[in-house]
Design a protein around this ligand. Structure first.
Ligand code: URA
Length: 234
């Protein structure tokens, strides 16, 4: 059982005070009958709540993909910087989404959000080995020795040991890097440990998901099939 006003907020009907006004105005029905009591207990699994005749769903599980532009920090709030939360449309604000892992302020590309805490932890756990593919433009050119060093598991300049990773040179000053964990500035530090300073970084894939044709700065919600495929790969 859940309070009616909380259910309405979770469904995106508005803030607590806006919801109170909607109820007072007689715009909310429970099982077809107008309900004005905001503290009324309802059972979302059995009862049908509607606003202006439109049935509400409560807070459903959601996974959202953002094509992150540079210039935004991955945090739910920040006193100075613009955060990735600002890129979520208003219609998604009530879903209480959290970023999955982190992309640096300068890094672009695929960033997931979810309100499913369990899924979030599985996606960022190194034990699950979810592959993340990055495109890097960098100083120098990657060679066979670099590829082997990545495959063996690099030791960073501060002594941090990384899991084996994949380096695929794409010609002069360009590489694809696949990692299975998410240490702080991981790809930049891995490349730096091989004397290849990263100049540009974009995450192109996470698990079975790719950016596809999602424009930079835009978001889209994953389908249930995509979520199932993501989970099947873990
Ligand atoms: N590795 C990095 O160095 N930066 C990112 O944003 C992601 C991975």
């Amino acid at each position: 059982m859940e309070r009616l006003d909380k259910f309405l907020c979770d469904s995106g009907a508005g803030t607590r005070s806006q919801v109170k006004l909607l109820l007072k105005a007689g715009r909310v029905t429970v099982d077809g009958r107008v309900e004005k009591d905001n503290g009324k207990k309802i059972d979302p699994a059995r009862q049908i709540v509607a606003l202006d005749g439109e049935i509400l769903g409560g807070k459903r599980r959601a996974v959202v993909m953002l094509n992150k532009p540079a210039g935004f920090v991955t945090a739910t709030e920040d006193p100075v910087e613009r955060t990735v939360m600002e890129l979520l449309p208003d219609g998604m604000k009530h879903l209480d989404l959290k970023p999955v892992g982190r992309l640096d302020k300068a890094t672009e590309g695929l960033l997931l959000f979810t309100n499913d805490g369990d899924l979030l932890h599985r996606l960022i756990s190194p034990k699950k080995e979810v592959p993340k593919v990055y495109y890097a433009r960098h100083e120098g050119t990657a060679g066979e020795e670099d590829v082997d060093a990545f495959a063996a598991g690099l030791t960073l300049r501060d002594g941090t040991v990384c899991l084996p990773a994949k380096l695929e040179p794409q010609g002069a000053g360009e590489s694809l890097v696949t990692v299975y964990e998410g240490k702080y500035h991981q790809v930049r530090r891995m490349m730096a440990s091989r004397n290849m300073t990263v100049l540009y970084l974009e995450r192109r894939a996470e698990g079975c998901l790719t950016l596809g044709n999602l424009p930079r700065g835009q978001v889209r919600e994953l389908t249930e099939d995509e979520i199932a495929a993501l989970e099947a790969g873990m």
